[in-house]
Design a protein. Structure first.
Lengths: 651, 168, 323
């Protein structure tokens, strides 16, 4: 190989642009819409769909708050209320929180690691359609009075065949299957993308903190999801076929459900929380205009949180009568997990302390995260203590705690991330002043809604109650919480108005409006179909800030088919080239046929052998071999790293 | 674009007013025991042109919640004492397709209300009417006369000799 | 009324210990939060961004010295966090241990069975003739530990009387135990704390703590069967009870009514509430409950009943006589 590296000329770049645009173009029309395998399109669809579910879940929350605003209110009866709180919890946890984090990752990770798509584009599309089908299924049943009504956690024997008649709980259990298949699909492709498709030079040591958080979260998904798939499958078998897994009279045990569910359920909240930590690290760094302090402790904290998160599940079961020694172990573990979270907060505080801050909306949301999440974390430490938990378990104290950690810990960073990456996805800035108003309304509304709930729990108000007697004195605090809920609703509406307005008439953003640290800020906004014109290389932890003036790019990848570079796991040196599949309808077909099978199997086990045939045909179409691509000419297409063009702006 | 949105909205409202009958829960049924004002016919034979049936069809056919309540009441009111879990014993089996007094909902309702020779007590007035209709739906489900997706495949009924779990 | 069902208004040693632990935790957590927010505000106040930051101005501003100082700060904070958590852990485990010992051999045993949506209490006694059953209202003597043996007949419930102790679940075929002691006489309200279906919100109970003599008097009265009706009106009421659906589910010891699936009504008139602690036990409320229980608790197991007005009045007279 010659020592001299020629520069890329303008003609090279134009030729490459035209060729790549053609090869990576996604088809239009109805069939084309469902054949799309571009990670940006699928990622945006995930986010938009998840936001629609967020709105629906929010409306359910408002309905609950209206019912609880006054004692002995008759706005909703117990049957409706039970369905609404179940669907609210299931929507927020399964149809909003996890998918929106997955969707942001599907959009951002390939851009941040410097490649053109996720490792398995068709699996990506399939996962999205599974998620969409699962959500539509639950809401279709909900709108005809067949929505699940046993809580988002569906404890047996209440959710068993005798005490939950009809198909409501079966619908819930099957929704789990959809959303967990979707999550597993995304987790798999993110792990492979992150470990094998990073830009040359981006060793593990130089990966952005958001990429680390998604890597850790994806491993957690793979270990946690099977537990809930198992327990919901056992529940469906009990309800449909007559097995006795959870039937105490025939040798089953209702507590088995709780162990299996919470073995998934506790890591689930970390699945939602850990990507948000990645958002916070990114935003703190960019808006402090310095590298985030403590890269190594932050990465280790993420990993420690993930490991510890699997050892806490019994703290949801302290009141079930398990032995005291076991309970003490879980108290210790539940308190210990505060340490890595604390380390992260301290590192970010240190970054803010020594940075030159820019108070834009994303940073405001991160500051709100700190203020709110730390309260949630501290109430979590209280809940970790068995004696205190025995008083406040299953009361509004717990409702307050988990909303503080989930809304404060995940939704606030998510909103910050929306404001931060909206320019990259759409090419326009969101209005910052409206963003500040949104932040303050959300912050004040949130605290008005959920802080009184700590008090309500200590004063004896249990959860999942559709009404309460007037003599208890809980009315005023509940009314305050309802008012706060409506303030939050206004904030969310404002956010949507801001997004809609900015889409049409926002300030044009350009390539890098925030002086960002990571690779996605090196390409135009909105991102082109092919992402990077030439795949980048990386010289330091902050890809953009550590870039040399003549930072090399990768050339030689073929531009007549969808080619990406596979690199080594640890050091990210180039290994080989891989061809990614183009647009295809088969992932959509597979998801739809699998949806039909799963929905029909709620009603009859005979659906399984019959409807597996169309699924098989779709999978056959998906995996039909496409023949070997021709071997490229050796000299013409050897991959090299070359410095970029001399002119300032890439097209 | 606007008409498309309007159509979607109207369709959504229409769907929302539909309600899956299987899932409906009626807590307060029809007012209790009104007198029958036409006979419940057991055999299909009638002299002359058959008169129309004006007894209402069992109100809870295909309703999962009512069948589940019927299952609960079947045990609470000790139907299982004679009919066991449908296999019969002291009383005739309810799981088979032999119906001495007819298998239509109104026939079973009459059997429960009026009682029958050879040991079937008359429950009329002792059990509220809507509970009798719930038991009717459950009894029919024992004989697979109800839609299978409204019927649970098993119950969690605790056996008399179910031992409490030993604490470790 | 503000102390009604409040975990912070303790009337016994269990709730007392938990409340004390809670205040320790609150103080520590509040102090930690104040520190964190204090540092956050200080960090924000320290340096403000340039009035018109240029996008290209993205120099890394960290210097090795400031980062060394930060390393020390973060390490100290982490160590302090671990230490504080350890102290809280010790306090918590110590309290937990204290909660499990009462050391008194002379405890009263009550078996509590949860149903959808009411509480069945069976008072245990070495002599079987002294055992009796009641529902939704439990009397206990002040100063003597009471051991509850808890199980459920259907789904998982949770027994929770915040003024007296933390909660414990009632799980079918499991037998959980909890001991409580009331140190002050009073009436304490409790509520089911595990979602158990349509009327979970309305599954309350009363624990009445009274002096040992009062308790003994109450207990002796409960063991007796129901007093026989002494007026023709009450006799007619008893007849109504045993001929209508009432007797199919309820028991009144001393009459032919032996239903086992609904609360025992033998001494109904001694209770202060009906409908699992939701309605006051007055004639009017009882009439409303009998006629249309579904209006008060939709989905409850008690069906609406149709009675002619005279029968209703006789029935109410009879039930009111069940002292």
């Amino acid at each position: 190989m010659s020592a001299e590296r020629p520069h890329i000329t303008d003609e090279d770049a134009l030729r490459e642009t035209a060729a790549l645009r053609e090869v990576w173009a996604e088809p239009t029309g109805i069939v084309g819409f469902f054949s799309n395998v571009s990670h940006t399109a699928i990622g945006l669809r995930y986010v938009v769909t998840a936001l629609v579910f967020f709105l629906l879940g929010g409306i359910e929350a408002l309905l609950m708050r209206i019912q609880l605003a006054r004692p002995e209110n008759r706005f909703l009866g117990p049957d409706q209320y039970n369905q609404i709180f179940t669907v609210h919890g299931s929507t927020m946890m399964f149809l909003f929180a996890v998918p929106v984090m997955e969707g942001m990752a599907v959009y951002l990770i390939p851009l941040m690691v410097g490649t053109r798509n996720v490792a398995f584009p068709r699996l990506n599309a399939f996962g999205y359609y599974m998620f969409l089908c699962g959500g539509l299924m639950v809401y279709a049943f909900f709108f005809i009075n067949a929505g699940p009504d046993a809580g988002w956690f569906a404890y047996t024997p209440l959710s068993g065949p005798q005490y939950s008649p009809g198909k409501r709980v079966d619908v819930w259990a099957q929704m789990i299957t959809f959303t967990e298949v979707s999550a597993l699909a995304v987790a798999t492709e993110l792990i492979v993308t992150i470990l094998k498709m990073r830009a040359p030079g981006m060793s593990l040591n130089r990966m952005p903190l958001y990429v680390w958080s998604m890597l850790v979260q994806s491993f957690m998904v793979i270990f946690a999801m099977p537990a809930v798939i198992v327990c919901t499958t056992l529940l469906i078998l009990d309800r449909l076929v007559g097995t006795h897994f959870f039937n105490p009279a025939e040798g089953g045990d209702p507590l088995l459900w709780q162990h299996l569910f919470w073995f998934f359920g506790h890591p689930e909240v970390y699945l939602i929380f850990i990507p948000a930590l990645g958002f916070v690290s990114t935003i703190v760094g960019t808006f402090s205009r310095r590298r985030v302090f403590g890269y190594m402790p932050l990465v280790l904290s993420l990993v420690a949180t993930a490991f510890l998160g699997f050892g806490l599940w019994v703290h949801h079961m302290f009141a079930t009568g398990i032995p005291q020694l076991g309970e003490s172990y879980f108290t210790a573990a539940s308190m210990m997990i505060a340490i890595p979270s604390g380390v992260q907060i301290f590192c970010w505080l240190g970054t803010l302390w020594t940075g030159r801050l820019r108070f834009k909306t994303p940073l405001l949301f991160v500051l709100g995260f700190v203020a709110i999440f730390v309260i949630g974390g501290l109430s979590g430490v209280m809940l970790a203590s068995v004696p205190i938990d025995l008083q406040v378990h299953d009361t509004f104290f717990v409702v307050a705690h988990f909303h503080y950690v989930l809304i404060g810990g995940a939704v606030f960073p998510l909103f910050g991330a929306f404001f931060f990456w909206f320019p990259k996805a759409t090419g326009r800035m969101m209005d910052d002043r409206l963003g500040r108003v949104t932040f303050w309304l959300l912050f004040v509304g949130f605290n008005l809604t959920f802080f009184p709930m700590h008090q309500l729990g200590l004063r004896g108000m249990p959860r999942r109650v559709y009404t309460y007697p007037a003599e208890m004195g809980w009315g005023p605090l509940n009314l305050l919480a309802t008012v706060g809920a409506f303030v939050m609703a206004v904030a969310v509406v404002l956010f949507l108005v801001n997004a809609a307005m900015s889409l049409r008439a926002g300030v044009v953003a350009g390539r890098d409006p925030w002086a960002g640290e990571t690779l996605e800020w090196s390409i135009p906004s909105p991102t082109p179909e092919y992402g990077f014109l030439f795949l980048p290389t990386v010289s330091g932890r902050s890809a953009m800030w550590d870039a040399r003036p003549d930072q090399p790019v990768v050339t030689g990848l073929r531009n007549d088919r969808r080619e990406i570079l596979v690199t080594n796991t640890v050091e990210a040196t180039p290994h080989h080239r891989e061809v990614l599949p183009g647009p295809t309808i088969w992932p959509f077909a597979s998801a739809v046929t699998l949806c039909a099978l799963l929905v029909a199997s709620i009603f009859s086990p005979r659906a399984v052998p019959w409807l597996v045939l169309p699924v098989g045909i779709s999978l056959l179409g998906w995996f039909w071999p496409r023949g070997k691509p021709p071997v490229p000419a050796p000299e013409e297409h050897r991959v090299r790293a070359r410095p970029p063009r001399l002119s300032a702006d890439t097209p | 674009m606007r008409t498309r949105g309007a159509v979607v909205l109207v369709l959504a409202c229409a769907v929302a007013t539909l309600s899956c009958w299987r899932e409906k829960r009626q807590f307060r049924g029809a007012p209790a025991a009104d007198a029958r004002w036409a006979p419940v016919r057991i055999p299909p034979l009638q002299p002359g042109q058959p008169l129309p049936d004006n007894i209402k069809v069992g109100p809870y056919e295909g309703n999962a919640w009512a069948i589940s309540e019927g299952q609960r009441l079947y045990n609470w009111y000790n139907c299982s004492g004679c009919h066991f879990n449908g296999g019969g014993g002291i009383g005739p089996p309810l799981m088979d397709d032999v119906w001495i007094y007819g298998s239509e909902p109104e026939n079973i309702h009459a059997t429960i209300v009026e009682g029958r020779p050879n040991g079937m007590p008359s429950f009329g007035g002792h059990i509220p009417d809507e509970q009798i209709w719930q038991i009717v739906a459950y009894v029919r489900s024992l004989s697979a006369l109800e839609s299978p997706d409204a019927v649970p495949p098993r119950n969690d009924h605790l056996e008399r000799n179910a031992q409490p779990q030993p604490k470790p | 009324m503000s102390a009604w069902q409040s975990a912070l208004d303790a009337a016994g040693p269990q709730a007392e210990r938990i409340a004390r632990l809670w205040w320790v935790f609150l103080a520590v957590c509040a102090a930690v939060y104040a520190l964190v927010i204090g540092f956050l505000f200080a960090a924000l106040a320290r340096r403000r961004g340039d009035p018109a930051p240029r996008p290209a101005d993205a120099e890394a501003t960290a210097s090795p010295t400031s980062d060394r100082g930060l390393t020390r700060a973060v390490a100290t904070a982490t160590a302090a966090t671990a230490l504080i958590l350890f102290i809280l852990l010790v306090a918590s485990v110590g309290t937990g241990k204290a909660l499990s010992e009462h050391g008194d051999p002379n405890a009263l045993y009550i078996e509590l069975t949860g149903h959808q949506w009411w509480w069945q209490a069976t008072y245990q006694d070495p002599s079987p003739s002294q055992q009796f059953e009641t529902a939704n209202e439990i009397h206990i003597p002040v100063g003597r530990p009471v051991i509850f043996i808890l199980t459920s007949s259907d789904v998982i419930h949770s027994f929770w009387v915040p003024n007296l102790s933390g909660k414990i679940d009632l799980i079918p075929t499991h037998r959980n135990t909890i001991w409580i002691r009331a140190d002050k006489p009073g009436v304490y309200r409790g509520q089911c704390a595990e979602f158990c279906g349509l009327q979970h919100a309305n599954m309350a109970l009363r624990v009445v703590a009274e002096s040992p003599t009062q308790f003994e008097a109450w207990r002796r009265a409960q063991v007796e069967p129901a007093p026989a009706p002494d007026t023709p009106d009450k006799q007619h009421g008893q007849q109504v009870f045993t001929s209508l659906p009432c007797a199919m589910c309820h028991t009144i010891r001393g009459t032919g009514a032996g239903g086992r699936t609904a609360p025992d009504l033998t001494h109904l008139a001694t209770r202060s509430t009906i409908a699992a602690g939701i309605l006051p036990n007055t004639r009017g409320h009882l009439a409303g409950w009998i006629l249309d229980a579904q209006g008060v608790k939709p989905g409850a197991a008690m069906p609406p009943n149709v009675l002619p007005p005279d029968d209703l009045q006789s029935l109410l007279d009879y039930l009111g006589s069940l002292q």
